[in-house]
Design a protein around this ligand. Structure first.
Ligand code: C2E
Ligand code: CA
Ligand code: CA
Length: 301
């Protein structure tokens, strides 16, 4: 691919980077596509690193409401990361979180995120608003740090005077199998946090872990909700998950609820919580404050 030793070294390193990112014991030849991909990713990584250091307004958190299916009262919010680059481009977490995971930057992001959430909660409190519950996404790579990550989280919450019970951590099924995953999740639970399984049904489900980790909530993946109520197979899966969860005393959250027909189906079948564009989009804290006030007024009416 080149006559120049330095270039060859650089390119073989790039190929190695791609091979490593795909798992253990892989090989990868260099190609132009790899060059473009790695450059794109390295650029995003560098910019994300800068955005984290700058502590400016590029990174912020959107909060998506979670409503009780029966009463439509706000029972919690999910914190979702947002990034608007200086040129005004909004990058989706689906694009930059995987890069942050690969590069290990996710641990810095996780720490930043929690502080930012506490600051947002403080600001909401000044406006007379106390949120019932806050759900935070945790990626498998963050668990790799081991149990010390739980101490760090507790330390931050103590610093802001936030109660531990207010926080729920969302992990996907594959996080349970991640390096240090089980120990860290146990430590989280012992510290008093609740755990939710994210994207339930989309990964490799081993139902034993629901008991093993004393999971508080299951979030049914959007793919099963999307075609409700008419798709019979998805309807069967969703009803079965709800029944199983009820028997185990686990709350069920439906993700990606976009229509009233879906909400109604879920209500009829005993789903506990609704989350989706239909009941509330992810929004900045100021807008969330309005949402909470309106929700409270509706509850009184
Ligand atoms: P997720 O945890 O499954 O989050 C739900 C995603 O579904 C969010 O996408 C949300 O905006 C979107 N969503 C919510 N309601 C609807 C709906 O009714 N219809 C549709 N089509 N989509 C809906 P978002 O914000 O782009 O986040 C994507 C993923 O990135 C998240 O998936 C999560 O895995 C990850 N992520 C986001 N923020 C963080 C973070 O702070 N830390 C970590 N580790 N991961 C994060
Ligand atoms: Ca989530
Ligand atoms: Ca999810």
């Amino acid at each position: 691919d080149s006559d120049d030793p330095a270039t060859l070294m650089r390119w073989s390193e790039m190929a190695m980077y791609v091979a490593k990112s795909q798992g253990k014991s892989r090989y990868q030849f260099f190609s132009e596509q790899i060059n473009d991909k790695v450059h794109g990713e390295l650029q995003i990584e560098a910019e994300l690193r800068r955005a984290l250091r700058d502590k400016g307004s590029e990174l912020w958190i959107a909060y998506q409401p979670q409503l009780c299916t029966r009463t439509r009262r706000l029972v919690g919010v999910e914190a979702l990361m947002r990034w608007r680059t200086p040129d005004g481009k909004a990058l989706s977490p689906g694009d930059f979180i995987p890069i942050a995971e690969k590069s290990g930057l996710i641990t810095e992001i996780g720490a930043w995120l929690l502080v930012r959430i506490c600051e947002d909660l403080e600001e909401l409190r000044r406006n007379g608003i106390e949120l019932p519950k806050v759900s935070v996404n945790v990626s498998p790579r963050e668990l790799k740090q081991g149990k010390s990550v739980v101490d760090d989280i507790c330390h931050t919450l103590r610093r802001f005077g936030e109660p531990i019970e207010r926080f729920q951590f969302e992990v996907t099924e594959n996080a349970l199998m991640a390096e240090n995953g089980p120990e860290v999740l146990d430590a989280m639970r012992h510290a008093g946090f609740s755990l939710a399984i994210d994207d339930f049904g989309a990964g490799y489900s081993s139902l034993g872990y629901l008991k093993r980790f004393q999971v508080s909530a299951l979030k049914i993946d959007r793919q099963f909700i999307q075609e409700l109520p008419h798709d019979e197979e998805n309807a069967a899966i969703v009803t079965a998950v709800i029944q199983m969860s009820a028997a185990l005393g686990i709350k069920v959250v439906a993700e990606g609820v976009e229509t009233e027909a879906q909400a109604e189906f879920l209500g009829t079948h005993g789903c506990d919580v609704l989350q989706g564009y239909h009941t509330g989009r992810p929004m900045p804290p100021a807008q969330l404050a309005d949402f909470v006030r309106l929700n409270e007024a509706n509850q009184r009416a």
